[in-house]
Design a binder for this molecule. Structure first.
Ligand code: PDD
Length: 281
């Protein structure tokens, strides 16, 4: 077992070694991608912004009409035994509509959700200090991007295409406007203002995004939640992609052009510092 592999995992009320955690081939998560998930960082055993992650989970469950009424206490009870107080880690939590007796697109009568969670070590993302390359791509995903759904085939294909072209992320656009990354939100500094696309059903309401907006407000960094055209993005002096596992990554090349002076920018340095302080606190 490699160092980053989870040891024991949680599955439907039990803690098991990873190799013993098994799910039926009739699970609707397997057959239809009929489920939602969360990725929650944990710094030194403390789940980061748990309330926000659980709120989004509840909203995702509500939007796909999956009834699971665990409260925060129940989630803490489930997740805490997976954590190591001496490490920075992240919880992966997935809930599907469970096993149905036969494969039918319509919901089963009395669904028993499958609840699965594992914990992995959080590895500092290599591109955080140097910056990364990203590529713009047409956003070909479905219409409910505010649901943190496990139907990630489009995201996977987009991220893979970016990686095969030497980039770390695909920055997606729809009808000429930027939405988000294949597995991240997007920020840009345009005319000295920190801009990020508005929370609509076209993007995932990222928790890292939310933290950045809060930190910016406290530090008098001017922000705007506004549409960003592809042309406007090309004029940005800074572009960042943000997520729970990569935190705030500066994009230093977009398609074939340098972003700003081709180095992580001054606003990124400031925000990354604020973020690191905040997360340790
Ligand atoms: N994904 N947008 C999409 C499509 C994402 O998949 C993610 C994160 C984000 C950022 O959200 P947050 O800041 O809450 O992590 C935005 C996780 C990390 C993943 O799928 O592994």
């Amino acid at each position: 077992m490699t160092e980053n592999m989870p040891g024991k995992v949680y599955l439907n009320g039990e803690y098991l070694p990873l190799s013993e955690a098994k799910i039926s081939v009739l699970d609707r998560g397997f057959l239809f991608g009929d489920g939602v998930y969360e990725v929650i960082p944990s710094y030194s055993g403390q789940l980061f912004r748990l309330h926000d992650h659980l709120k989004r989970l509840k909203e995702s469950l509500g939007r796909i009409r999956l009834n699971l009424t665990y409260d925060s206490e129940k989630w803490l009870e489930i997740l805490t035994p997976l954590l190591d107080n001496n490490k920075d880690q992240y919880i992966y939590l997935q809930i599907t509509r469970g096993v149905a007796p036969k494969r039918d697109h319509a919901f089963p009568k009395d669904p028993k959700p499958t609840v699965f969670s594992m914990c992995s070590d959080l590895q500092p993302f290599a591109g955080v200090e140097t910056g990364v390359k990203a590529l713009t791509m047409e956003d070909s995903r479905w219409e409910l991007c505010n649901v943190k759904a496990t139907t990630l085939l489009a995201n996977i294909l987009l991220r893979q295409a970016a990686i095969e072209q030497g980039a770390a992320e695909a920055i997606l656009h729809k009808n000429g406007y930027i939405t988000e990354g294949a597995a991240s939100n997007l920020f840009a500094v345009i005319n000295d203002v920190l801009v990020t696309p508005k929370n609509t059903s076209e993007i995932l309401p990222g928790i890292t995004r939310k933290v950045i907006l809060e930190l910016a407000e406290k530090s008098n960094i001017q922000t705007q939640e506004e549409t960003i055209s592809i042309q406007a993005l090309k004029t940005a002096s800074e572009i960042w992609i943000t997520s729970s596992t990569r935190e705030i990554v500066p994009v230093i090349r977009l398609d074939s052009e340098a972003v700003g002076d081709g180095k992580p920018g001054i606003v990124w340095h400031k925000m990354n510092h604020l973020f690191q302080q905040y997360k340790r606190a």
